[in-house]
Design a protein around this ligand. Structure first.
Ligand SMILES: Cc1cc2nc3c(=O)[nH]c(=O)nc-3n(C[C@H](O)[C@H](O)[C@H](O)COP(=O)(O)OP(=O)(O)OC[C@H]3O[C@@H](n4cnc5c(N)ncnc54)[C@H](O)[C@@H]3O)c2cc1C
Length: 537
């Protein structure tokens, strides 16, 4: 097979144009082409009137080797790499101690799936409920202001990404093509085929729910076990080696191989681990607000006359501004045609986040506009970032009216420093509701100043971004983990606790669904190789 990269065609090209372009690129006749498939399709929208599609194509011909020689000086034609996943280990028939995976978010899910596929029959402990019950609890907060601290947007089957836009791209280095394995498994579980080739794939909430159930069934079929409402409340460490775990302050489970895939909101578990001496350090994260605009404003700004084009779909954006006070402000977790969601896991606190359905056809676009904070802003204790998050979330709860409403403000009022009293044309999507106020009280002054400077700067890149009717709601505090549970680069075990594998977003090794899932695969391999090395040949 031959791979052709950077093949550019106009947005509205005919179906036959792609084949013609492949033949032209390779300099072959139709008879010499056996077939071709699209490996990747992206677009270049820098010129709104002349948007191009950019393809990476895999082509099979009757003269592959000859073409490789003929085009050896062309950087955009090469042999197609083998991206199929190769298992690194397999359990033999001897008895072995089953590995335990704590947490069933994308990281724990892929760690468990891979361990199961390699024959190691993992036990998964998940504090939240199975995804259908969890969905009801999550809607309970959004509709009835009832928060279930153990079953919500952050906790439960599927982890934090279940009620999300399901964006599946990441900038991680992936020389072993683990991301491909993740996408392949998602398609097997019911994700649309296109996630294999579009440059910015996404799945949306409804489909994710069904897919997670399929993947759970696959793990169980391979001998894995998934236990819900099983919170790990303590860890047994002896001579620097994990020995086992306590569940729900009672049952003891023995294992010397424990994957810690607990996400960024398991604050009680972070505290427990710290108290048991597991090495943890403070890490940078970001704080800010969600911003909402009409999706049509973003589409027009990004795609001009091509707004509404089916291939392009609802437009997204990615923005960065370096403020004069030294802070960076950036857009994060942009959800085209989506809604802002209540994402707290703790009573008396308000946190915003965003989600979309696969269709991305809600009226508003939303994203987090956040400011970087570092341990210098919360010095003194490895867990001090959590204290900062909590204080901001409590302030937001109070500003919202102590009933899980989010505090909100019109962009125009925010920029001119006055409290909002009535909505304009943009209706906020956050449920259960928004209380208008002056958001300057919601974040530290440095963050407010940086965001005030960034919004007009963003307007220069996306026309309409600083529109006075746009809505800000807050607060965004769970952008990434405020801690890192450090691990060795090679064994992937905790710096000071053997057999404990810190993984995924909570441990500070991922920042999204795809990267958390990829980290889960890496961790499964490390655990499998470790167990295998202890078995006699
Ligand atoms: C609303 C929302 C929208 C998002 N949208 C996107 C998106 O579109 N694209 C994207 O890439 N990312 C998105 N994210 C981020 C993404 O969901 C996370 O990066 C990802 O889920 C992290 O995976 P993880 O497995 O490391 O942790 P998590 O998904 O957080 O999973 C951790 C799991 O561990 C469980 N757990 C915690 N403590 C314990 C314990 N003591 N015992 C047992 N179980 C425990 C939790 O209940 C949870 O299910 C979104 C997040 C949210 C909240």
């Amino acid at each position: 097979m031959l791979r052709i990269t950077d093949l550019q065609l106009p947005l509205n090209h005919s179906e036959s144009a792609l084949k013609t372009a492949v033949l032209d690129q390779l300099g072959i006749t139709e008879n010499e082409l056996i077939g071709f498939s699209v490996f990747r399709r992206g677009y270049d929208a820098r010129k709104k009137n002349a948007i191009t599609l950019i393809y990476t194509i895999d082509a099979d011909t009757t003269i592959n080797s000859e073409l490789q020689r003929r085009h050896s000086n062309r950087p955009n034609i090469s042999e197609t790499p083998d991206t199929r996943y190769q298992y690194v280990a397999h359990a033999n028939n001897q008895a072995f101690e089953r590995p335990i995976v704590i947490g069933f978010g994308p990281c724990g899910l892929f760690a468990a799936l891979l361990l199961a596929e390699m024959g190691f029959r993992p036990i998964v402990l998940e504090r939240g409920k199975a995804v259908r019950e969890r969905t009801k609890d999550t809607w309970g907060l959004w509709r009835k202001r009832k928060l279930q601290p153990e079953s919500n947007v952050q906790f439960g089957e599927g982890g934090a990404g279940t009620f999300s836009d399901g964006k599946l791209y990441s900038q991680i280095k992936d020389p072993k093509h683990y991301g491909r394995k993740v996408l392949t498994e998602f398609v097997k579980a019911g994700a649309p085929d296109e996630i294999m080739y579009v440059s910015k794939p996404h799945i949306g909430t409804f489909r994710l729910v069904k897919m997670i159930e399929e993947m759970r069934a696959a793990i169980e079929k391979l001998g894995g076990e998934i236990r819900f409402q099983q919170k790990v409340t303590d860890i047994d460490i002896h001579n620097g080696q994990v020995q086992g775990l306590y569940v729900n302050e009672g049952e003891y489970l023995q294992s010397k191989h424990v994957v810690l895939a607990i996400g960024h909101s398991a604050r009680d578990t972070f505290k427990m681990l710290y108290e048991r001496g597991v090495y943890i350090e403070a890490k940078a994260f970001s704080i800010g607000f969600r911003v909402e605009h009409p999706q049509s404003v973003i589409d027009k700004a990004r795609f001009g006359p091509n707004a509404g084009n089916e291939i392009l779909g609802a437009a997204d954006y990615k923005l960065v501004h370096h403020a004069q006070n030294g802070r960076s402000v950036y857009s994060f977790c942009m959800c085209p045609g989506g809604t802002v969601v209540a994402a707290t896991s703790e009573p008396g606190r308000v946190v915003t986040n965003g989600m979309s359905q696969y269709s991305r056809n809600e009226r508003n676009a939303n994203s987090a506009i956040v400011v970087g904070v570092t341990p210098e802003d919360y010095p003194g204790h490895p867990l001090a970032g959590i204290a900062l998050q909590r204080s901001l979330e409590e302030r937001a709860y109070a500003l919202g009216g102590n009933n899980y409403n989010a505090p909100g403000q019109l962009i125009g009022d925010f920029l001119s420093g006055k409290a909002s009293t009535s909505l304009g044309k943009v209706e906020p999507s956050y449920k259960p509701g928004v209380t208008l106020c002056d958001l300057a009280q919601a974040l530290p002054e440095y963050a407010i100043n940086a965001i005030r400077e960034a919004l007009p700067a963003f307007d220069k890149k996306i026309k309409g971004f600083a529109m006075s009717d746009g809505i800000l709601t807050g607060v965004e505090t769970r952008t990434s983990s405020p801690i890192r549970i450090k691990r060795h680069n090679d064994s992937l075990q905790s710096l000071n606790t053997l057999g404990l594998y810190p993984a995924g977003e909570g441990a500070g090794y991922a920042g999204g669904i795809l990267s958390a899932a990829v980290d889960g695969i890496k961790i499964a391999e490390a655990v499998a190789l470790n167990i295998q090395s202890k078995q006699t040949p």
